[in-house]
Design a protein around this ligand. Structure first.
Ligand code: CP
Length: 309
């Protein structure tokens, strides 16, 4: 039930039940169909968008979502302009922001920062990415895209390709998909960038059918969905390792030619070199559509958490 989301935080992808996610997706589709739906419903409400790490899509789509709902936004996109740069703790920053706004949206480079924030906040906290850990609103975006383009979230084979070690969107999506029926996962990465053990343990516990390999070409014909990811330069300790690994996988016209007609290619974006621009107009390239769905699902999420639906 959507009404049950009022006042709730979203820190990890499993914080909401499957029924609650389904309600969010239906609401997102209604918003997409009717531009006027829920317009002005959040008038007088405020979100604080606290971005301690760079962002284009997540920050702008949250701000666009809130403005389209008639609400307002405050916050910062550069922690250097906040008192964090003078040494203020995250706990104190959150205490302050939660006394000014009705909901906090936060991205932070430290794993676990969103959970900590939710403990010090008097208003709901939405995790917009905590280090290499989770990114649950990207997961809502990804699941909505799959639901819109396949009409279902079950009986699908998904290949995750690239930096599966640091890619928080992969961690969140794999965890979330493990709750749906008959989802097969193929994890394609160099050996240095394999999926963390704690995510694999979770998949095993859920009896998910998954395998790992290093070969994108070999897996391509089996996939319903290819989820490409960027090698996360900002999380490497050693630049030489980044340079060696960054172009391990590049999806181009030759490689996508081996894919099914119904394949969809997703990417949380930003991309660097891992998807060649030559396939942007291929009907299977769905990553820009996916980013737009992110705004609708964030509208649905804010309206639900703020209790206006
Ligand atoms: N997908 C995503 O999180 O993009 P940004 O880093 O631009 O927010």
């Amino acid at each position: 039930m959507i009404s049950d989301l009022k006042g709730r935080s979203l820190v990890e992808p499993e914080d909401f039940s499957l029924d609650e996610m389904e309600s969010l997706f239906s609401l997102s589709e209604n918003i997409e169909k009717d531009e006027k739906y829920l317009r002005e419903s959040c008038r007088g409400k405020l979100i604080a968008a606290l971005f301690f790490e760079p962002s284009t899509r997540t920050r702008l789509s949250f701000e666009a979502a809130m403005l389209r709902l008639g609400g307002s936004c405050l916050g910062f996109a550069d922690p250097g302009s906040s008192s964090a740069s003078k040494g203020e703790s995250l706990a104190d920053t959150i205490r302050m922001a939660s006394s000014y706004a009705d909901t906090i949206v936060m991205r932070n480079p430290k794993e676990g920062a969103a959970l900590l924030a939710s403990r010090y906040s008097s208003v709901p906290v939405i995790n917009a990415g905590d280090g290499g850990h989770h990114h649950p609103t990207q997961t809502l975006t990804d699941l909505l895209t799959i639901r819109r383009l396949y009409g279902k979230i079950e009986d699908l084979t998904i290949g995750f390709c690239g930096d599966l070690k640091f890619g928080r969107t992969v961690h969140s999506l794999a965890k979330a998909l493990s709750r749906y029926k008959n989802i097969r996962m193929i994890f394609i990465s160099p050996s240095e960038l394999v999926l963390p053990d704690y995510i694999k343990s979770n998949l095993k516990k859920q009896n998910v059918n998954y395998c790992e390999n290093t070969n994108l070409e070999k897996s391509m014909p089996e996939l319903d969905i290819l989820y490409m990811t960027r090698v996360q330069k900002e999380r490497f300790f050693n630049e030489d390792d980044y340079i060696r690994l960054k172009d391990t996988y590049v999806l181009n016209a030759d490689k996508i030619a081996a894919g099914r007609e119904k394949l969809i290619v997703l990417h949380p974006l930003p991309r660097v070199n891992e998807i060649s621009v030559e396939i942007d107009n291929d009907p299977r390239a769905a990553y820009f559509k996916q980013a737009k769905y992110g705004m609708y699902v964030r509208m649905a999420l804010l309206a639900s958490i703020l209790g206006v639906v």
